[in-house]
Every structure is written in structure tokens, then in C-alpha cells.
Design a protein around this ligand. Structure first.
Ligand SMILES: *Cc1c(COP(=O)(O)O)cnc(C)c1O
Length: 482
């Protein structure tokens, strides 16, 4: 048994980690998407005696085999889950082995340089302009934190327009801000606004449609009525419920005309910009002043990894910087920023390494093929739904999220929500596929997302089959009545 008195010797732990991972990954294609429901894990006190490295890892793997969801597998359509490419997974382990403090170049020149390289590459891939000439990218834990960075920069700008340096003086004395958005704005934007002290309620939704679509006329007049009063506009590029896009170009136009800040939440949708055939969905994003996206969704880099892009870095820096005698100055040489001054965390892992390896392994062409395949799978599902007598699309899918529901003949419209909830519970209990429900266009529906690199047509067929079987069972059990 190894103890703290016997340092070194990583072989046992690494061997157990790799052996377990190989077992897990070898079965990933066949696994049910969800682990059987086990109830919350019971635990006693931390045992006085350690079990040693190998035994600790083996115990962990046996817990994982029993309780982990196969979310990186091909049947996990819930949320917007990407999984990890082989290169990204390997590099994530490298990142842990190197254990860098990726806060500044004095902690890790490697991590800081690769953070610039990878965020520039992603900007180029999606058409955000030639990397850091336009936008500075920083890595975050996800799009929620990237929204916090973008909106933190926006808050600083908004305060300065009122003559207040919010980073130094806080919000006291300032009026409530206005944040304009469509009805598709993500919950994490509200969270970020709450954290920033602006409050969730400052969001004004310019939308009356039940699909959350922007009412462009209402939005334009709201922007115009705030001419001279700085406002923050949040546009959604790919909403979580339905993969739908706000009209970014028109929103950018109004923001420029009336002097408002445009922040784009493109957690997964931003990557539509990499495909010439889908680029129209995100035209205008390059006019934003801040942009949030995720690497752990459509790029298939392991959790957790997001990217915040800011046009004028100084606004983000005034919100997130920290100064102390032992810390580096704001800049370390001409090309090396201190990323920790632009994000909520101070200490942070080298998230750029898995992103770097993933981008190098597939290249731009490999990623475009992956994005194309995801679009094709979404279209495939839409076709299957349209030709299934008991299923229907809930609106036309715009990208890689496909809202649909069960609507068998003989059911009253008002009973369909309960029916779909019963079907969803049945699908979840079966666990073969994972697909959550949402409320979109005022109805309960499924909202599978296609961003994972392992999903193929056969898994789309399995999804439809799982829903149809669960529907048959729900009807037979009388869980739902026609
Ligand atoms: C997933 C998502 C987020 C939040 O991203 P996290 O990576 O979970 O923090 C924000 N906005 C949209 C549109 C999303 O789809």
C-alpha cells in the first residue's frame, strides 16, 4: 500500500486508469445511454486507512461501470452532449499529467500560447474573423462562464457610458440596465446577469411567438427608443430548445445604429458558421462585441471547455482582473496575455491542450465533415418523424436539434402533453436512449440534439424505435388515455 510517505510511482494508478478506460470505451457503442437507477450513493466517514493507488482507481471504475451515464456514447441525445474525440481525450490526460497553472505565462507558457492558438483557430473556423486581430478568445468552463465573461465586459461598458467604472466602484447609484433578447435566450444568460448584480429581471424579451422568435419590429423600436441610453442585446445562435437562430445581422445593424452592445450566445450554433451551406444562420456574428461558445458540445472536446470572445479586451479586464504584488503584470510580452485577468477563475487547468489536439487531429476538413454529418442526422430524424403515423415535428428544425412529439390519432390535443410526458418517463426508465423533453411552441416535446461524433443513422432509428415502443406501452398501460 502506498502512503504519503512513499511519493512517486504513478504506474499503478495510470495503469488502472487506462485499463478501466479501455474497458469503458470498448463498450461505449453498445451501452445503454443511461445507467440503471441506483438511488443516491451512501457513504460513511472517510476511512482512516488508505487502500492505495491501484485499488482506489479500481474502486472508482467499478462505481463508474455501475452508475455512470454513457453520455459520450451514440445514444445520448439529451442536453447538447458532444463526447470526446480520441485525441481530445488523450490530450486531456496530458493536461492532467502536466498539471499546469494556466493563469499566466509565468505559470505555463505552453498553456497560454496554446490558448491563443486554439481560440484563434476556432474563430477562423467559424468565420469570426482572423482570430485575435478582431476578437480575443479565452477558455472557460463552458458557455455559461463564457456568457458571464461577455456580459461582464458588457456591464463594464454600460457603466462607463454612465460615467461609472463598475469594476472599481460597483453598481451603486446606477439605473437598472435593459437587456434585450428574443424569447430564446438561454437560462445561463439570466444566471450570468444575476451573478453580475444586474438581476435576471432586466431581460426584456422582444417576442410574442410561442417559438420564442424575435419580433424584429418590436426589437428595432425597443433599440431606437433606447437611443442614447446604452443597452445590452443578447442574441441566441442556436437555442437549446429547438436549435433555432435569432437574426444576428439585423440585430447587429440595430445595435450599431443606436449604440448598443451585442453579445451572441452561440454555445453550439456558432459552428454552423464553419459550413458554407449553413453559414447564413450566423451571418452578423462577426459584428458582435462579445461571443460565447462551447468546445465540449459540437467540437467534442471533453468537459469542461468553453470559449469567450471579446472584441475590446479592456472591458473584460476591468471586470475580471486581479492585482497583487506576487502576480504577473497585465501583460507578459507583446503576445502573451494573462488569461486569468479575463475570466472568473484565477487558477485554471490547461484546457487548451485537448482543444489543440482535437483540432490538429481532425483539421478543419474533419470538423466540417463532422458538422455536415450532424446536420444530415438531424434531417434524417425529421424525415423519419414525418413518415411515422404517430409522430409529428414541432416546427421545422433549423439546425441540429429536432423538436418532435407523439401525436397518435384518437388523442385530444389537450391530452398530448400528458401523453408525451408519460412516454418520456418510459423512455428514461428503459434507458436505451437518452432524450429529454422541453416545452416549445406551447407543447411538451422531445428535443434530441445531434452534436456527438459517434452517432450514426442506426442510432437515429433506435431513437425513433424507443419512442414508438414507449408510446405503445404508455397506451397499453393506460398511463395515458385517448
Ligand atoms: C449549453 C448552452 C449554454 C450553457 O453552456 P454550458 O456549457 O452548459 O455552460 C448556453 N447557451 C446555450 C444556447 C446552450 O445551448
Amino acid at each position: 500500500m502506498s502512503t504519503s510517505e512513499e511519493p512517486g510511482g504513478y504506474d499503478d494508478a495510470l495503469h488502472a486508469a487506462v485499463a478501466g478506460a479501455k474497458r469503458w470505451l470498448a463498450r461505449l457503442e453498445d451501452r445503454d445511454a443511461l445507467a440503471p437507477e441506483r438511488g443516491a450513493l451512501e457513504h460513511g466517514h472517510l476511512p482512516e486507512e488508505g487502500v492505495g493507488d491501484a485499488a482506489a482507481l479500481e474502486e472508482l471504475w467499478s462505481l463508474a461501470e455501475d452508475r455512470a451515464a454513457a453520455s459520450p456514447g451514440p445514444r445520448f441525445f439529451h442536453y447538447v452532449v458532444g463526447g470526446a474525440t480520441p485525441a481530445a481525450l488523450g490530450a486531456d490526460w496530458v493536461s492532467s499529467a502536466l498539471d499546469q497553472v494556466a493563469s499566466s505565462a509565468s505559470g505555463s507558457p505552453l498553456a497560454v500560447d496554446l490558448e491563443r492558438v486554439t481560440t484563434d483557430w476556432v474563430a477562423e473556423l467559424v468565420g469570426l474573423g482572423e482570430g485575435s486581430e478582431r476578437f480575443t478568445g479565452v477558455l472557460t468552463s463552458g458557455a455559461t462562464a463564457a456568457n458571464l465573461v461577455g456580459l461582464g465586459a458588457a456591464r463594464q461598458w454600460w457603466g462607463e457610458r454612465h460615467g461609472v467604472d463598475v469594476g472599481e466602484q460597483g453598481l451603486a447609484g446606477l439605473p437598472g440596465p435593459t437587456v434585450l433578447a428574443s424569447g430564446r435566450v438561454h437560462a445561463s444568460v439570466e444566471k450570468a446577469l444575476a451573478v453580475l448584480g444586474l438581476g435576471r429581471r432586466c431581460v426584456e424579451r422582444c417576442s410574442s411567438a410561442n417559438d420564442g422568435a424575435l419580433d424584429l419590429d418590436a426589437f428595432r423600436s425597443a433599440c431606437a427608443s433606447l437611443d442614447g441610453t446604452p443597452a445590452i442585446v443578447v442574441a441566441t445562435a442556436g437555442c437549446a430548445d429547438a436549435g433555432a437562430f435569432d437574426p444576428l445581422d439585423a440585430m447587429a445593424e440595430a445595435c450599431e445604429a443606436h449604440g448598443h452592445w451585442l453579445h451572441v450566445d452561440g454555445a453550439f450554433g456558432l459552428f454552423a458558421g464553419a459550413l458554407p451551406s449553413e453559414r447564413r444562420l450566423v451571418v452578423g456574428v462577426e459584428r458582435a462585441r462579445s461571443v460565447a461558445t462551447d468546445a465540449h458540445k459540437w467540437l467534442n472536446v471533453p468537459y469542461d471547455a468553453g470559449i469567450a470572445y471579446v472584441r475590446e479586451r479592456s472591458f473584460a479586464a476591468k471586470t475580471f482582473r486581479q492585482r497583487a504584488a506576487y502576480l504577473p503584470p497585465a501583460r507578459e510580452g507583446a503576445r502573451r496575455l494573462v488569461p486569468a485577468n479575463l475570466v472568473p477563475e484565477s487558477s485554471r487547468r490547461a484546457r487548451a491542450l485537448p482543444l489543440y489536439a482535437a483540432l490538429r487531429a481532425w483539421g478543419a476538413r474533419g470538423y466540417r465533415a463532422h458538422f455536415e454529418r450532424c446536420f444530415a442526422l438531424a434531417r434524417d430524424l425529421a424525415r423519419r418523424v414525418e413518415s411515422a403515423p404517430d409522430l409529428e415535428l414541432v416546427g421545422r428544425p433549423e439546425s441540429v436539434v429536432v423538436p418532435f412529439r407523439c401525436a397518435p390519432r384518437g388523442f385530444r390535443k389537450r391530452d398530448l402533453d400528458a401523453l408525451n410526458q408519460a412516454v418520456a418517463a418510459q423512455v428514461e426508465a428503459e434507458g436505451r436512449v437518452a432524450v429529454g423533453t422541453t416545452r416549445f411552441r406551447s407543447v411538451v416535446c422531445f428535443r434530441p440534439a445531434f452534436v456527438g461524433g459517434r452517432t450514426r443513422e442506426q442510432h437515429v432509428a433506435e431513437l425513433v424505435e424507443a419512442v414508438e415502443q414507449a408510446l405503445a406501452r404508455a397506451i397499453a398501460d393506460g398511463t395515458a388515455t385517448g
